[in-house]
Design a protein around this ligand. Structure first.
Ligand code: ADP
Ligand code: MG
Length: 245
């Protein structure tokens, strides 16, 4: 069991208080949706959790260990993963090679001086790709993949680092509705199988209410609701934010 504990997190940009007084916990087995209107502070929260941004105040702890002030790389190594946005750098590498690269980084972090070659991780990469339904495309360059397939590869790459907590900022952006539901169903199954804890943002409410185990609603940098989907759905403040009344 792992636990991420966020306490009174705050971060401003000039005059804009993007995140203020955000507190919540995230535990193994949870698929927690962070929702809220554009500009509510969702991406800023993600960047604060994985060390890309430093909070003005507040704490982030993973299993009791402080994360604030550590580098993104260190936080990743401690078990806070994030779905990769595959860049052009990786487009010419095959699907399997991309996953192997992450497995190699993880092995270096775990075994220090040992210098394994990335090809040693092919079997492990293929097993992860099979789990996300991409084994048959293992030897194709990432650059030629359909968008939805690339998203599955990104998920396999995130799993390759063996995270305790996985952060997914708009994992289904740009996907067709049916593909979105499929990707989240797969993510939900992985949460159960691996005891993962996932925090994700999503605009599609069918995806959110179909799969999240819990919802956090952010409005203008503040959490206005935190609870199971059915309770949040009927919350008056949440309805006011979404329906504008
Ligand atoms: P969301 O992801 O919920 O759409 P963001 O976290 O991206 O919201 O943004 C929250 C607020 O902080 C917005 O008002 C946005 O304009 C502002 N903001 C975010 N990042 C920066 C930045 N790097 N510099 C200045 N303002 C920023
Ligand atoms: Mg955002």
């Amino acid at each position: 069991m792992s636990q991420l504990e966020v306490t009174d997190l705050a971060r401003g940009f000039g005059g804009v208080q993007a995140v203020r007084g955000v507190s919540f916990t995230l535990e193994s087995g949870e698929l927690l949706a962070l929702i809220g209107p554009n500009g509510a502070g969702k991406s800023t929260c993600f960047n604060l959790l994985n060390g890309q941004l430093r909070p003005d105040s507040g704490r982030v702890r993973l299993d009791g260990v402080d994360l604030v002030g550590r580098t993104p790389r260190r936080i990743w190594a401690m078990g806070v993963g994030r779905t990769f946005q595959i860049t052009a750098t990786f487009a010419s590498m095959t699907v399997a090679e991309n996953v192997q690269t992450v497995l190699l980084s993880r092995a270096r972090r775990l075994f220090g001086l040992w210098r394994p070659a990335s090809r040693q991780f092919r079997d492990e990469a293929l097993a992860l790709l099979a789990r996300v339904g991409m084994a048959d495309q293992a030897d194709r360059p990432c650059g030629v993949l359909a968008y939805g397939d690339l998203k599955r590869v990104e998920l396999a790459m995130a799993l390759a680092s063996d995270p305790k907590i996985l952060l997914m900022d708009e994992p289904t952006a740009g996907m067709a509705p049916a593909e979105r539901l499929e990707l989240m169903a797969l993510t939900a199954a992985l949460v159960r199988e691996r005891g993962l804890a996932v925090l994700f943002t999503e605009h599609d409410m069918d995806v959110v209410f179909g799969h999240a185990t819990r919802l956090l609603v952010l409005d203008r940098g503040t959490i206005i609701a935190d609870g199971p989907p059915d309770a949040v759905r009927t919350d008056r403040r949440v309805q006011a934010v979404y329906l504008g009344d």
